[in-house]
Write a protein that binds this ligand. Structure first.
Ligand code: URA
Length: 190
């Protein structure tokens, strides 16, 4: 299946109750050959309205974070564990994640990223380790199935707790080092 075919299937999905309350499905954005994939937890209000991931306040912070290490929506792919907004921005339920995770799996198979960065606890627990603790384990790297995985604090959390921003900066610098190591083409020509 192509990315366009997968997007069409995702936009038509009604496999969980979030379909009933969504305005738009938020499939993901970025180049289809992006070597770095960012995964958040689920769309918020602005994302639901606009159909794009990370376009609200947290998204503005994410864009700033990426720009610190010369990344952007032009050279990364950005998506979420669940593609429809959970009401009142609650954490996505396990059943909702289970219903949706196949889309992320197929996106990953098509993108074949070298690096996956989980934004926050929910994505890290789903993609790295069910016992992942973000305050303890953020910034650590592990390789699974030929892909390097790490997690950093979710930008929404960093908006609320600025004391964690130095940690986030260190995690970004560690990501920059990993990009230089495993996909230096991202920085070629800079
Ligand atoms: N928070 C997320 O986890 N994802 C978004 O797309 C927006 C906010």
């Amino acid at each position: 299946m192509t990315m366009d075919g997968l997007r069409a299937a995702c936009l038509a999905c009604r496999q969980c109750p979030l379909a009933a309350t969504r305005t738009n499905v938020v499939f993901g954005v970025g180049p289809e050959d992006a070597p770095v994939l960012f995964v958040g937890e689920g769309p918020g209000q602005q994302e639901d309205l606009q159909g794009e991931p990370f376009v609200g306040p947290a998204g503005r912070l994410l864009d700033e974070m990426l720009s610190i290490i010369d990344l952007s929506r032009e050279n990364c792919y950005i998506t979420n564990i669940v593609k429809c907004r959970p009401p009142q921005n609650r954490d996505p339920l396990q059943t909702e994640q289970d219903a949706c995770i196949g889309f992320l799996r197929r996106q990953t198979a098509l993108l074949r990223p070298k690096i996956i960065v989980c934004l926050g606890r929910i994505a890290a627990m789903r993609l790295i380790d069910e016992n992942f603790r973000i305050t303890r384990d953020h910034g650590a790297w592990r390789q699974k199935g030929g892909i390097w995985f790490s997690a950093m604090f979710h930008p929404s959390f960093l908006l609320r707790d600025v004391s964690r921003r130095p940690d986030a900066f260190r995690d970004l610098k560690s990501l920059q080092t990993k990009v230089r190591e495993v996909c230096p083409e991202v920085y070629a020509g800079l």
